[in-house]
Design a protein around this ligand. Structure first.
Ligand SMILES: NC(=O)c1ccc[n+]([C@@H]2O[C@H](COP(=O)([O-])OP(=O)(O)OC[C@H]3O[C@@H](n4cnc5c(N)ncnc54)[C@H](OP(=O)(O)O)[C@@H]3O)[C@@H](O)[C@H]2O)c1
Length: 227
């Protein structure tokens, strides 16, 4: 398989980190971001700067995302795979018990953040004439449960914006909403507590997820997929 250039948001923990590490071990080049300074430093020390580029960037900060995309395009290149993975889960509560600040914070990351990343990177990818955009969706982007209304709203939004984007992109670029399955991460523990431990670890998930994600192409443009 040819060497891919992959941008991933939210690489400090969970699925994003497992994807980044599995891709790097497979010989691909990865540029990733997250807010956690210690974890980004740790990744930099572990993987160096030859095939990897890790940066402290908040996806909810549109200007910081634009700067990151522009710096990367000069120093590292343009991605042929862009994975919008960074997201937040809301505090488990009825919708009417959540504050407007809690709702806004989640929408700023899960919906606006995904949009800022697309707006910063996709014009560069269109210029190169290649690229697949994978936006992490969820089972809760296609069905609902109580106490996760803001998260559901955000992932239904990700499905909608990804499918509309898919209709706009010039061929052979593709945009795909991808539900990753159920994996034991910090996010799952917010919802299910210790029960999350019954599910697979991110590292184990990534071994199967990476080949599937790398195989995505314009054939799947606009389709809601699940791992
Ligand atoms: N785990 C599951 O079972 C499951 C199921 C369905 C869908 N998903 C989706 O899969 C993706 C990954 O989930 P996960 O379970 O790995 O979540 P997680 O363990 O909570 O990790 C989330 C990642 O996103 C980053 N992040 C959060 N806010 C950010 C921001 N403003 N800017 C940059 N990075 C930010 C976090 O890093 P920092 O805190 O360092 O910024 C962290 O690296 C999400 O889109 C989630 O909705 C997961």
């Amino acid at each position: 398989m040819s060497r891919r250039k992959v941008v991933i948001t939210g690489v400090t923990r969970g699925l994003g980190r497992a994807l980044a590490e599995e891709l790097l071990q497979g010989g691909h080049s990865v540029a990733g971001c997250g807010r956690g300074q210690n974890q980004i430093q740790e990744l930099k020390e572990q993987y160096g700067e030859k095939d990897a580029s890790f940066s402290v960037v908040d996806v909810a900060d549109a200007a910081a995302i634009r700067r990151w995309a522009s710096e990367l395009s000069e120093s590292w290149g343009v991605p042929d795979l862009l994975i919008n993975n960074a997201a937040l889960m809301n505090r488990q509560a009825n919708l009417w018990d959540l504050s407007s600040e809690e709702f806004s914070e989640l929408v700023d990351v899960n919906v606006k953040g995904v949009t800022y990343v697309i707006q910063a990177f996709v014009p560069l990818m269109i210029k190169e004439g290649v690229g697949v955009i994978v936006n992490m969706s969820s089972g809760w982007g296609r069905s609902t449960s109580p106490h996760v209304a803001p998260y559901c709203a955000s992932k239904f939004a990700v499905e909608g914006l990804t499918k509309a984007l898919a209709q706009e992109l010039p061929s052979p670029l593709a945009a795909i909403p991808l539900s990753p399955g159920v994996i034991d991460t910090d996010m799952l523990r917010i919802c299910w507590g210790d029960e999350a431990g019954q599910h697979q670890t991110p590292d184990r998930w990534a071994k199967q997820a990476v080949p599937s994600i790398l195989s995505l192409s314009s054939e799947q443009n606009g389709r809601s997929l699940s791992l």
